[in-house]
Design a protein around this ligand. Structure first.
Ligand code: GLA
Length: 394
């Protein structure tokens, strides 16, 4: 499906759902992260960019105070009274058993907006998406950002993009129950054509940095391994806990306050596993800063080694890669990619590879062949360009 297909689906869904006239259509993208993994909840630096794949939310007003959401993810719409949202969320375990998990994303956003003081009348929302689900491309942030943008306008809440990203993260953390940082929502809200978003996750200051792949004759390839992950469980939560433990042992508020010169001391005061988690975050923050500087001074051809070093750190120190992701990275590099790394939270999902435009077929074929030779399911391989963030489409 294409973003145009998602738009058509959202329109059809809304027409089935509501007799009221359509009030508007909003959309928000997924993202890839160029570099800076698991640094966001450590108040560090990230460099994601929005991709062309989008979630579309079409809305109609209701004349009562109920919210109804329908999506292509499930056959049945879910309807609740707006005031009831405050009883549904937050729940200790995330998604309320009274709503299906997919509905916790848009309803969680409505709840978080109300928590922030927004008020408005009832609404019917129809949601469709062409962001691959479970691929580490932030399909959830795309739903949150599209919904937050729609309700912000419909309810006249007047929140800016950063505030809407915070609303989306609150929904993800407290309504869905995934303890994520804010990178994905910020990338989805603030994305820009041809630029990555250099974000300081402590101050939430964001700067667009030209990636320049097109002018340099390069492409960014996404390799979706189809190994699915869920950040509300297991490994992601554990990594977060290790980072908090490391910060505590070093007597700092967060690992943002640790730099490479502190690593020798860190190694002395903590166990090996915690130390390696800490070392990943500290070196990854530095790699984000180095990547931004390198992009500005030398352009995208020069960032390949930083991407490769980032992957090695995630594989060996943070231990969030899986064999399929390593195969994607290694086979892309062997076929001539300038750099490659897994992207997103890990434990599955996708890798990115920076390649020469005219090597797209050769790299794709090499990756597919390596997957086949290892007996892995066929990956989906496609290119992405830095794209616009959340917007009202009409
Ligand atoms: C997921 C989370 C983000 C971030 C990344 C890892 O995508 O949603 O907040 O922590 O993992 O960089």
């Amino acid at each position: 499906m294409t973003a145009a297909g998602a738009r058509a689906d959202a329109m059809t869904l809304l027409a089935d759902l509501s007799d009221a006239p359509r009030e508007g259509v909003w959309s928000a993208p997924g993202r890839v992260n160029l570099i800076g993994e698991h640094t966001d909840y450590n108040e560090g630096f990230v460099l994601p960019f929005a991709i062309p794949h989008r979630t579309v939310a079409a809305a109609a007003r209701r004349d009562d105070d109920r919210i109804r959401v329908a999506s292509t993810f499930a056959p049945e719409p879910v309807e609740v009274a707006l005031a009831e949202l405050d009883e549904l969320f937050p729940t200790a375990t995330g998604a309320s058993p009274r709503v299906p998990e997919w509905a916790a994303y848009p309803l969680g956003v409505a709840w978080a907006l109300r928590q922030a003081g927004a008020r408005g009348s009832g609404v019917d929302l129809a949601i469709a998406s062409d962001v691959p689900v479970g691929a580490g491309l932030s399909s959830s942030a795309a739903i949150e950002s599209a919904t937050a943008s729609a309700l912000n306008d419909l309810w006249g809440a007047g929140l800016d993009r950063t505030a809407l990203a915070r609303i989306g993260r609150r929904a993800e953390n407290e309504a869905v129950g995934a303890p994520t940082g804010i990178m994905d929502q910020m990338a989805s809200m603030l994305g820009e054509t041809d630029a990555a978003i250099f974000l300081d996750c402590r101050s939430l200051e964001a700067e667009a940095v030209a990636v320049g792949v097109i002018d340099a004759g390069l492409e960014v390839l996404v390799i979706d391994t189809h190994v699915s992950h869920a950040h509300s469980t297991g490994g992601y939560r554990e990594r977060r806990a290790s980072c908090e433990k490391g910060a505590e042992l070093l007597g700092v508020l967060s690992l943002r306050d640790v730099d490479t010169a502190d690593l020798a001391r860190a190694e002395r005061v903590m166990d090996d596993v915690t130390f390696r988690r800490v070392r990943h975050i500290v070196t990854e923050n530095q790699r984000v800063l180095d990547t931004v500087r390198t992009l500005r001074e030398h352009g995208p051809r020069a960032i390949g080694d930083l991407l490769v070093a980032s992957h090695a750190s995630m594989r060996d120190d943070f231990e969030i890669s899986v064999p399929e992701l390593d195969t994607a990275v290694e086979s892309a590099l062997a076929a001539g990619a300038l750099g490659a790394r897994m992207t997103g939270g890990g434990f599955g999902g996708a890798a990115i590879a920076l390649i020469e435009r005219d090597a797209e077929q050769a790299v794709t074929d090499a990756v597919r062949a390596a997957f086949a030779a290892s007996g892995y399911a066929e990956p989906t391989v496609f290119t992405v360009v830095p794209s616009a963030g959340a917007q009202r489409d009409d």
